[in-house]
Design a protein around this ligand. Structure first.
Ligand code: ADP
Ligand code: MG
Length: 693
């Protein structure tokens, strides 16, 4: 009799630690793992909710080794599958395999035969595989006992990561003879949880590991503009010695931040989906091996990254949701040692997040367009169409869109998507078309809109609200923590190790035009429009050569946009001129510097933002209201011990003055005022508005 762990009856009841040690070399289970493994081995449907890095994979890997029949793992991270299988301990790796589109059909069917012959106990595949009738048929003959759905929140349209192919899992399960289901995710709220069970047609019993990470210190830092953001990131990177990740929203930002850090002597590289895959691996390796200290990345980085000593994570911009926040900061401190997670927040970024949240919402016309196209193509209610064809028919720009839109239409009950026919989707329309088709589409979009807005507002509320950060996160996932937690900027404000540099600026020189022209003359290295602007602004992102110039930061009191316009005026007047360098850059040099114009700090287009800080251009009742709001804000800020703009931005004060909201709804439409502000200050602000003028 062999001693491989293939048969559950070989183990004494209750003993899962033996196989854990023997197969994986771990001495003990982490919180939640044992119960999840036990349930999966015993054949009970389970939803495992564990934070990132808590060890979800182990649960199904071990369960699969202990079950008598093979297990299928559905995972959306195709790129990571190969790594996952290769990194299994040898005794497990030998019994695991994967099927993906890079395999030739012969090899794929060999692996399926191997599975049937008992050679493998664990098969990884992507969800879109299940749309292939032959694949499911082959699995049926294998006789799966357990189907694992990793990242199971992708089933929910309300989650942040809806994948239409997950909708087909329910159908596949029934074709497979209803095997046991184990769903795993780091990020399910109660709503998502219910949606998962509904979409699967099964009641999965939840097993939760706490989202509370007591070794992580959560900090939120308000920054007033892009320059302050960059300086703060630099200050954090310089002050900390351990490895860190900076997450930024755009690729361009990643590159800029990494470049600036590098210039300032921090070993940093950028990482995003726009890099060649060999370049990505190179950067990742450098980070894993500690050859660079900081990786500046978009969210593309980090899924499945196994580095336990990341000492800090800095979120340069708002993540899309509190779920993503938890996922990103969760990459810090997996070794249990104290680590810091900083979120940089600003009002401009709040507005961006609100805009982004709604940007993702499909347009009603696109949904209708797809539905109409399908009806035109359908014969007897059945249509076979590729994503490209559908995108063409409905005039969609993006080819990943049609599948999502078809998934949404499926959700409204207007159609059903079945097994694919080769590369084409097969769609069966509900006939006769329901009379309220248009209404159903609108209703779905309204619900989608509401979810997207709520998601963004929760994230913003997290940053705005001065209550324990750990408590806020815990409550969001249905838990509680004891406050004060001692591990966030609210409960322990003095424990912060990094103080972001003050951006006190020197006053503008009397002769701005002369200053600019002299700067251009004095540079050791010519600069283009952008570089000169940054140099005059004194930005940490300015080219290194300019940072040594005595004029560096000469105009730092002015906004970047204003400096740029000044330079452009000098170019228009022939006082500065562009020339092309040998390597093709458009650089600036001085031209005719006689008769320089007088440049003013307040140019007409800049007057609005300038005045937002004061009451210069307000009169009578408006000026009075603005002043009263400012006084009120100052009192509030002093009481809370925060900077005034943390309470409300100047822009918000100004907008309130202009709009004079009479109810909370109207107040809510003011930029920079979210639910938490409404809750904290709404009535007071309305009273001020009522009582003034
Ligand atoms: P996630 O929950 O994010 O999917 P992973 O499954 O990738 O997390 O696991 C994170 C890390 O934790 C892996 O390196 C894994 O080997 C390790 N790990 C999992 N379970 C244990 C355990 N019981 N003891 C020690 N390390 C573990
Ligand atoms: Mg995982």
């Amino acid at each position: 009799m062999s001693l491989t762990a293939t048969d559950p009856i070989q183990h004494e009841e209750g003993d899962l630690t033996g196989p854990l040690q023997r197969l994986f070399g771990f001495s003990a289970f982490r919180a939640g793992q044992e119960e999840i493994v036990r349930r999966a081995v015993e054949g009970r449907d389970t939803l495992a909710l564990m934070p990132t890095g808590a060890g979800k994979s182990l649960c199904y890997q071990l369960a699969a080794m202990l079950r008598p029949t093979p297990t299928l793992v559905i995972s959306p991270l195709i790129a990571l599958m190969k790594d996952q299988v290769e990194n299994l301990p040898p005794d497990v790796a030998r019994q695991a395999t994967l099927i993906n589109s890079s395999l030739d059909p012969g090899e794929a069917s060999r692996r399926l035969q191997g599975l049937a012959a008992g050679e493998y106990k664990l098969l990884y595949a992507a969800p879109e595989r299940l749309r292939q009738r032959q694949f499911v048929a082959a699995l049926r003959s294998v006789g799966l006992g357990l189907v694992v759905i990793d990242e199971v929140h992708c089933m929910s349209m309300w989650g942040h990561d809806f994948r239409p192919d997950y909708m087909f899992i329910r159908r596949a399960l029934s074709e497979l003879g209803d095997p046991v289901v184990l769903g795993l995710t780091a990020t399910a709220t109660r709503t998502t949880e219910q949606d998962i069970s509904r979409s699967l047609g099964r009641d999965l019993e939840p097993v939760r590991a706490s989202v509370v990470r007591p070794n992580l210190r959560y900090e939120v830092e308000q920054v007033e503009n892009e320059e302050a953001r960059l300086r703060s990131a630099l200050a954090h990177a310089k002050a900390r010695t351990g490895s860190g990740i900076i997450y930024a929203r755009s690729r361009e930002k990643c590159e800029q931040v990494a470049r600036t850090l590098e210039q300032k002597g921090v070993r940093a590289l950028h990482y995003h989906a726009g890099l060649e895959s060999s370049e990505r691996s190179r950067v990742q390796e450098a980070f894993l091996q500690g050859r660079i200290q900081v990786i500046v990345a978009t969210t593309a980085f980090g899924m499945g990254i196994d580095k336990s000593d990341i000492r800090w994570v800095l979120l340069y911009n708002f993540p899309n949701s509190l779920e993503s926040y938890v996922q990103m900061v969760g990459r810090a401190g997996r070794d249990g040692k104290p680590s810091t997670c900083v979120l940089l927040a600003s009002h401009a970024d709040e507005r961006n997040l609100r805009r982004f949240a709604r940007q993702d919402i499909p347009a009603v016309d696109d949904l209708r367009g797809v539905y109409r196209a399908l009806r035109r193509r359908a014969e007897d209610g059945r249509a076979e169409v590729t994503a490209e064809e559908l995108a063409g028919d409905a005039g969609l720009a993006d080819e990943s869109q049609p599948r999502v839109l078809v998934g949404m239409l499926e959700r409204t009950g207007l159609l059903r998507r079945e097994y694919d026919a080769g590369r084409a989707m097969t769609v069966r329309l509900t006939l006769p078309p329901p009379a309220d088709a248009a209404g159903r589409i609108e209703q779905l979009l309204a619900a989608y809109d509401q979810q997207a807005t709520t998601r963004a507002e929760r994230m913003i509320g997290f940053a705005e609200t001065r209550t324990c950060r750990h408590q806020q996160v815990a409550r969001f996932f249905g838990e509680e923590v004891r406050v004060p937690c001692g591990m966030c900027d609210v409960c322990a404000p003095d424990a912060s190790e990094v103080v972001a540099p003050e951006t006190a600026s020197r006053p503008l020189p009397a002769d701005i035009a002369r200053t600019i022209v002299d700067t251009v003359d004095s540079l050791s290295w010519p600069l283009g429009l952008k570089g000169l602007t940054l140099a005059l602004k004194g930005s940490v992102a300015a080219p290194r050569s300019a940072q040594r110039s005595p004029s560096f930061g000469a105009l730092e009191a002015a906004k970047e946009g204003v400096i740029k316009r000044w330079i452009e005026r000098l170019v228009d007047g022939g006082h500065l001129e562009f020339f092309e360098s040998e390597d093709g850059y458009r650089l600036l040099r001085t031209g005719d510097t006689s008769g320089l114009p007088t440049l003013h700090a307040v140019t007409p287009s800049a007057s609005k933002s300038k005045a937002a800080g004061g009451v210069e251009d307000l009169s009578g009742a408006d000026a009075e209201l603005f002043e009263r709001l400012r006084t009120w804000r100052l009192e509030r800020a002093q009481k809370a011990g925060v900077a005034a703009f943390v309470v409300l931005s100047n822009g918000a004060l100004r907008e309130i003055t202009e709009v004079r909201p009479t109810n909370l709804r109207a107040l809510r439409d003011v930029n920079g005022i979210g639910p938490s502000k409404i809750e904290q200050y709404g009535e007071e602000i309305l009273a001020l508005v009522r009582d003034t003028g």
